[in-house]
Design a protein around this ligand. Structure first.
Ligand SMILES: *[C@@H]1O[C@H](CO)[C@@H](O)[C@H](O)[C@H]1NC(C)=O
Length: 124
């Protein structure tokens, strides 16, 4: 009986530790939602983009891929800055807290598909 109890204690402790300490976030934990703002800028619809860190730990160096991105409305480069043809860095690589979001808007004929490309999981 004692050894069964010991095994249970070990299992409970191990699951507590693995839940509490070993959270590794990936770009799968970056959620991106695009909605129409209802505004029109230079004849093109405006789109609001919300990028959320849905992981339990902070993430930094969040990169997204957007193919042939264009906007008639300037996009704040301290929020979205281009690294190469399709890759963009969010908030200059700064840390996004768990549950926190970054927002930006652009205006083009259609909504672009924006994919999470990379991120750095910060242990917590
Ligand atoms: C761009 O975004 C940064 C960070 O949110 C903000 O401090 C700055 O005022 C913005 N610049 C413009 C032109 O909106």
């Amino acid at each position: 009986m004692a050894s069964v109890a010991n095994s249970l204690i070990v299992i409970v402790l191990f699951s507590l530790i693995s839940q509490g300490l070993c959270v590794i976030c990936t770009n799968n934990d970056i959620k991106i939602v695009t909605t129409g703002s209802g505004r029109v800028v230079q004849g093109k619809p405006e789109w609001n983009v919300v990028v959320t860190n849905s992981c339990k730990c902070p993430q930094a160096k969040i990169k997204v891929n957007i193919k042939a991105f264009q906007s008639v409305e300037p996009v704040n480069s301290s929020i979205l800055s281009q690294l190469d043809v399709i890759t963009y860095m969010l908030i200059n690589g700064d840390t996004l807290a768990p549950g926190a979001s970054v927002k930006f808007s652009y205006a083009w004929d259609f909504a672009f598909r924006i994919f999470p490309a990379d991120s750095l999981s910060i242990p917590c």
